[in-house]
Design a protein around this ligand. Structure first.
Ligand SMILES: [Ca+2]
Length: 316
């Protein structure tokens, strides 16, 4: 897990092109539903995948971005650095002149199960949530640690009636385990699990199975999508991490599993909600409600949708 975005070249403009519709976008165009309100909590700058999620959400007409929160990670990433990396993706790489607020969240984990890390991003999240209801929830996408969403829950427990959390984390079902997002603040993840807030989990195993590319595959997807897509492909090529799977050298775009769920490109199952053990495995002996687990991603339609939106994007 290393920071690589700073090595990549800047980009500014992307050409317009015809845009294909996702299942959700067709519903929105048909007036069946409104764009989905989203606040993103991200450790952008940890790796290369958060930038894909930031950009995909921002260019999707199915989504109404209300804010972006940068949060800490174990490689020394601070809330402010994550915020600045989001701003770089939005303003320098995507060329967005107007965008939702981008705030710095916590610089480290919560100190205890009942001690929030109070900061401007947490207050922002609580305030944004006030416009929502149990029937019309704000989607909080968590693609870093849980510190800021857990702190919001601790400061105002009633927020669990106004948001749902869609997170990337854990290795797999039913084992649990986690190498990064949950590990970076296990107490915060336990707060979220215990709070009863509606919860969707996209795990590492499913992301690896459905959202992985070789360098050549990423290049092929993005080469004709304009400067933003070419920058993402360049970052992917420069990033050092690769798994060897069946003779292919691949790396997953982990965090996009949350965007895939939001846009309707996944299948999922409802399970009981386990407790998180000290070693981050799942304890199934005393469930605390339910959760939704993403089991499959329709990458055959997801990635063309992303590429079409990049081609259609005009900086604004
Ligand atoms: Ca991330």
């Amino acid at each position: 897990m290393r920071i690589s975005s700073a090595l990549c070249m800047a980009s500014v403009l992307a050409p317009a092109a015809a845009q294909e519709g996702s299942p959700l976008s067709r519903e929105i165009v048909a007036g069946v539903r409104e764009p989905l309100p989203v606040v993103l909590s991200t450790d952008c700058g940890t790796e290369i995948d958060d930038q894909w999620a930031v950009i995909y959400l921002t260019i999707s007409p199915e989504v109404r971005m209300l804010g972006y929160i940068g949060n800490h990670a174990a490689n020394g990433l601070s809330g402010a650095k994550a915020r600045d990396t989001v701003l770089d993706a939005l303003e320098n790489r995507l060329g967005a002149r107007e965008h939702a607020p981008v705030l710095a969240g916590a610089d480290g984990p919560i100190a205890a199960f009942d001690e929030p890390n109070d900061n401007e991003a947490v207050r922002f999240l609580v305030e944004q949530s006030r416009a929502f209801t149990p029937q019309n929830r704000l989607n909080v996408l968590v693609i870093g640690s849980h510190t800021d969403v857990a702190s919001a829950i601790l400061i105002d427990p009633s927020i669990t009636q106004r948001i749902r959390v869609v997170m990337m984390g854990f290795d797999d079902w039913p084992g649990g385990g986690d190498p990064w997002n949950v590990k970076n603040d296990p107490a915060a993840a336990r707060v979220v699990f215990a709070s009863g807030v509606p919860l969707v989990v996209g795990c590492g195993e499913v992301a690896k199975r459905h959202l992985s590319f070789t360098t050549e595959e990423a290049e092929a997807l993005l080469r004709d999508t304009g400067p933003t897509g070419r920058w993402l492909a360049e970052c992917f090529a420069q990033f050092g991490g690769r798994f060897e799977v069946a003779g292919r050298r691949i790396w997953p775009i982990w965090d996009v599993i949350t965007v895939a769920y939001l846009l309707g490109y996944t299948r999922d199952a409802v399970h009981h909600r386990p407790r998180i053990e000290d070693g981050l495995g799942f304890d199934h002996s005393a469930p605390q409600g339910q959760l939704t687990w993403v089991e499959w991603v329709d990458e055959g339609h997801l990635w063309p949708d992303f590429a079409a939106k990049l081609r259609a994007w005009s900086p604004r």
